[in-house]
Write a protein that binds this ligand. Structure first.
Ligand SMILES: O=C(O)C1=C[C@@H](OP(=O)(O)O)[C@@H](O)[C@H](O)C1
Ligand SMILES: C=C(OP(=O)(O)O)C(=O)O
Length: 430
């Protein structure tokens, strides 16, 4: 794909968008449906490259899937009847697939090799390998990077483990393995992270007890197939929240967005920056959802710290963009996890937005963003997603408030989490 010429300054964003299914919840629905007894029906599953990596991996282990209209039906197999794959499991670009599947498949009695694309092969896996080894799993790896081979495992021990990084992927991998252990496992989570695994397990009849910041997981592997309604992805809605706030005379309504409090940091921080939102049609179907209406508003600089970060980790590129337009400066700390996402997001966000005239200083664990900086280029400029979907979509929104000619390299990165991003953009531009 060549560079994509982006719309810059001059149009408004108006209308209503239905958000695609939440990526985190879609992965979990496919994984738990795969190991439940009976057929699980999933409504509004995200159709994207990352979720397809999970579906393909479970197909390679003998699970079958079929579409009934827009719903995916998962013909569940118990953990005990998964079959040895003939191929290496290719996780492509998806950290969630790789880390959660290492936990889910920890006790399979055969060798499994996980590989990924060039981005995923640079990301750290010691964070899941270490606790799984403490539970009795053996791995063969070089420098804790993919490819990683998990050896045949017969028994898993319960452990008590304090998470050294605030990561829902690590927490989830340990929970999924702990269900298959011989004893109770306790996971201590110093900073809360998204709780979709715990909530979805409850939908499949499995309870994970939480006492303050401790999760207590008892051995239990009988999951009962169910129907899952995947909420719209707040991480995808976030592009439109920021776009509508920043592009003058905009007014957008985003339908059926997941508003689980472990994911709504973007709303809290924008509210702290002076924004207001209208919520309607609030209901809970396993996960809370709502319609969100947002109009153009003036923002003020703020401070973001470590406890905010897990609730909006994937939205950080957008918070940085919003901060470039706010009155006053913004300091973001406690976000060093951004170095190990699909790209080093501290580096890529800083470099690419500064090409448009932003004034952002990269810090070891975050950013210092100078506010009130009009974005402007004096000659045709190519900005680059750096192969990172979140960076690419944030840059497409940044272009909407830039004067001058801007195009985006590697725009196809959007297919990882939001394949219809550019179609939705076209639909609301007026
Ligand atoms: O559990 C999940 O579905 C995710 C957790 C987060 O990663 P970490 O657990 O590495 O923080 C997030 O960045 C990722 O997009 C999805
Ligand atoms: C970090 C992300 O996903 P993953 O870790 O699953 O690759 C993301 O979607 O921004």
């Amino acid at each position: 794909m060549g560079n994509l010429k982006l719309q810059t300054m001059g149009r408004h964003l108006r209308g209503t968008l239905i958000m695609p299914g939440d990526k985190s919840i879609s992965h979990r629905a496919v994984m738990l449906g795969s190991i439940a007894s009976g057929d699980t029906r999933i409504h509004n599953l995200l159709d994207s490259q990352d979720v397809n990596s999970t579906i393909t991996a479970m197909s390679n282990l003998g699970v079958t899937f079929e579409y009934d209209g827009a719903d995916l039906i998962v013909h569940g197999k118990s953990l005990a009847t998964l079959t040895e794959p003939k191929q290496v499991l290719n996780m492509e670009n998806s950290g969630t697939s790789a880390r959660l599947l290492m936990g889910l498949l920890a006790k399979q009695p055969f060798t499994l090799t996980f590989r990924g694309d060039s981005s995923l092969s640079k990301r750290p896996f010691a964070r899941v390998i270490k606790p799984l080894m403490a539970m009795g799993v053996s791995f063969v790896t070089k420098n804790d990077r993919l490819p990683v081979t998990k050896l045949a495992t017969k028994k898993l021990k319960g452990i008590s483990y304090e998470l050294p990084v605030a990561s829902a992927q690590v927490k989830s991998a340990i929970i999924l393995a702990a269900l298959q252990a011989d004893e109770t496992t306790t996971i201590i989570e110093p900073i809360p992270t998204r709780d979709h695994t715990e909530r979805m397990l409850a939908s499949f009849g499995i309870s994970v007890k939480r006492v303050e910041n401790r999760m207590i997981v008892e051995p239990q592997t009988h999951l009962i197939a169910t129907t899952i309604q995947v909420p719209g992805d707040i991480s995808s809605a976030a592009y439109w929240l920021i776009a509508a706030l920043l592009v003058p005379d905009s007014d957008l309504t985003l339908k059926q967005v997941g508003v689980n409090p472990t994911r709504t940091g973007i709303i809290s921080i924008l509210t702290r920056m002076g924004a207001s939102f209208e919520f309607a049609a609030e209901q809970t179907i396993g996960e809370p959802i709502a319609d969100i209406r947002v109009q153009s508003q003036t923002l003020h600089g703020t401070t973001v710290t470590a406890t905010d970060v897990p609730t909006m980790i994937d939205e950080m590129p957008l918070i940085v963009l919003a901060a470039t337009q706010a009155k006053g400066d913004t300091l973001i700390t406690g976000a060093s996890e951004l170095h190990v996402k699909e790209s080093d997001r501290i580096a890529t966000v800083t470099t690419q937005l500064n090409k448009l005239g932003a004034h952002i200083e990269a810090k070891e664990d975050g950013f210092y963003v100078h506010g009130d900086t009009p974005l402007h280029v004096t000659k045709p400029t190519v900005i680059d997603s750096c192969g990172d979907h979140r960076v690419g979509m944030m840059l497409a929104i940044a272009a909407l408030i830039t004067t001058g000619e801007v195009s985006l390299a590697r725009a196809d990165a959007v297919n990882i989490s939001y394949p219809k991003f550019f179609k939705d953009l076209d639909e609301v531009l007026s």
